[in-house]
Design a protein around this ligand. Sequence first.
Ligand code: ATP
Ligand code: LTN
Length: 347
Amino acid sequence: MPESSPPPARPRVLSGIQPTADSFHLGNYIGAVRQWAALQEDFEPFFFIADMHAITVEADPKVLRERSRKSAAQLIAAGVDPQRAAIFLQSHVPEHAQLAWVLMCLTGFGEARRMTQFKDKSAKGGEGAASVGLFTYPMLMAADILLYRPQYVPVGEDQRQHLELTRDLAQRFNHRYKRTFRLPEPYILKETAKIRDLQSPDNKMSKSASSPTGIIEMLDPPSQSAKKVRSAVTDSGTEIRFDEAAKPGVSNLLTIYSALAGRSIEELEKDYQGRGYGDLKGDLADVLVDFVTPFRDRTLELLDDPAELDRILEDGSERAAAVASRTLADVYDRVGFVPRGPVRSAR
Ligand code: ATP
Ligand code: LTN
């Protein structure tokens, strides 16, 4: 019988991002990836590109391959350190799909149907046109997480429901078989969990729903992004004050400013007392340019050396597979699968 894996020396942190756009947007960075870079200091980090999730909707193979490498380069440019963190592609660690199957067998059909992301994403063409993969997306996501027994999963607010399902499935498995999974905690920072569209601040900035002028793509020419900030929608009145209900546009700009400049919202409110929206937008445009310019340069530099990038991903997937294969061995044993040949320890 396989030995139960020992608990890791340092608690782990894990997250993933889908390679479904040519560039990360500011919401991805401020809401999620920035926290990944911060948490890698105190936790054992696992960060991956969810390329298997990306094919739940139709994806051009050539574009998918490009976007996967581009996403990895952007993670590194955003400060995720390949020396510390295992950075890998989901499809390189087959245990994700293997555990997903077991979890699908533990999930109720009605439970899966309640997932709001499925409802939203299948609404366009009707449920009948959506792929079964889109329906089972949350169980693959639960597998992504549970394989690594992380303490924290840093994501934006829109992923909270998937995290809740993940915890339910972990508990169900632990209860039905034997305690195997750690219950992961969502790591969602209230202040930055929802960066809003610059043109319609009632909605989140989103690669699938935002208009081109509402979204800041981090790999766009910085001057273009500066322009978008200068023409962001603000609210009636003139006062620069953080008030999400009455002033969603201005509050969003303050949130972005605070995150990029590392200054508190209160400090910014004080600084801009008696000044107009134009000043705020102009200054934020400068802060944004200072931030995205080195990010973009570093990403392009990394993409210029695809062999090195592939080496980083290979190293990351080896580190990930060492952990994932042990968890899967525990799971297969506990559900009652007969071991195949002599039990192998970590690959
Ligand atoms: P889509 O619009 O297709 O759903 P997306 O723009 O939400 O895509 P994802 O790849 O799904 O992007 O998100 C990657 C990470 O970024 C997730 O953790 C998600 O919660 C976070 N995120 C996405 N948009 C925002 C946003 N506007 N504010 C804060 N976090 C966000
Ligand atoms: N569903 C997430 C991407 C994702 C993920 C994960 C995030 C796939 N697997 C595991 C955290 C942990 C999204 O769309 N942003």
